[in-house]
Design a protein around this ligand. Structure first.
Ligand SMILES: Cc1ncc(COP(=O)(O)O)c(C=O)c1O
Length: 239
């Protein structure tokens, strides 16, 4: 959208950023400032990038504070991993329809006040325009407010804890059955060997990428659902 040059950084098998590759690409572009997009939960493997390692790479490559900007894409885990205190990030975005389960797709972007102040004040709405298109959905913030108010801090913490415990349970059960499985730290995305049967994949609406599939354990994924899935999976594997 901004017609900017882009460098794609390689990742480790876990899905996390490969910091050595970040260094290489930073060194290749040393004459330009960098906008770094960090993932707090990659789409397929639920990997979480380490902000400290990224800042270290920037410092190592000679990037001073005013030469970089960090945005955290926390679409999925923004409400699970709330750890970004005192980190030199510029902004973070979180989806409202993922972990919170709001009924329409939307996201919230939070940034430093210093960035917002530079936006123009629009006289006829008596407010600063913070949108790309100049237009906004008024209902989405109400869903977000309602959802956060109903759950509260404790409710969100309980949901996060339950999702993390249930994903660990799913991982352990898969391992017990001798199925290869991966679960990143603080993640609720369980990655495992892709089942062979297409009917099974379609029945459970499994997402897959060549040989691997994943289950994102959200608060609606109860132990009962996990057990029922496991039972079905074992039957499919026997076949
Ligand atoms: C890491 C990541 N970023 C962004 C998105 C898109 O978020 P949204 O649906 O709020 O546009 C996704 C969706 O799956 C995602 O996994």
């Amino acid at each position: 959208m901004y017609r900017m040059e882009i460098e794609t950084i390689n990742t480790l098998v876990s899905g996390e950023m490969y910091y050595a590759d970040l260094r290489t690409k930073l060194l290749l572009n040393q004459n330009k400032p960098a906008i770094i997009n960090i993932n707090i939960g990659t789409t397929f493997k639920g990997a979480i990038d380490d902000i400290d390692s990224i800042v270290q790479a920037l410092e190592y490559c000679g990037y001073s504070n005013d030469k970089y900007y960090i945005h955290c894409d926390a679409a999925l885990y923004g409400l699970i991993v709330s750890f970004i205190k005192h980190k030199p990030i510029g902004s973070i975005s979180v989806s409202g329809h993922k972990f919170l389960g709001c009924p329409i797709p939307f996201g919230i972007q939070m940034t430093r006040k210093s960035n917002v102040n530079s936006l123009s004040n629009i006289e006829y709405i008596a407010s600063a325009d913070m949108t790309i298109s100049g237009s906004r959905n008024g209902l989405a913030p109400i869903f977000l407010w309602y959802s956060l108010s109903m759950k509260g801090y404790v409710g969100l913490w309980q949901d996060s804890k339950m999702c993390i415990e249930n994903s660990q349970y799913l991982k352990d059960q898969l391992l017990k059955e001798g199925i290869s499985v991966m679960l990143n730290e603080f993640s609720t995305t369980v990655v495992f060997e892709r089942p062979c049967d297409h009917k099974f994949i379609s029945h459970w609406k499994l997402c897959y990428l060549s040989g691997i599939a994943h289950i994102v354990v959200m608060s609606g994924i109860t132990r009962e659902i996990i057990d029922s899935f496991l039972k079905d999976l074992m039957q499919e594997r026997k076949k």
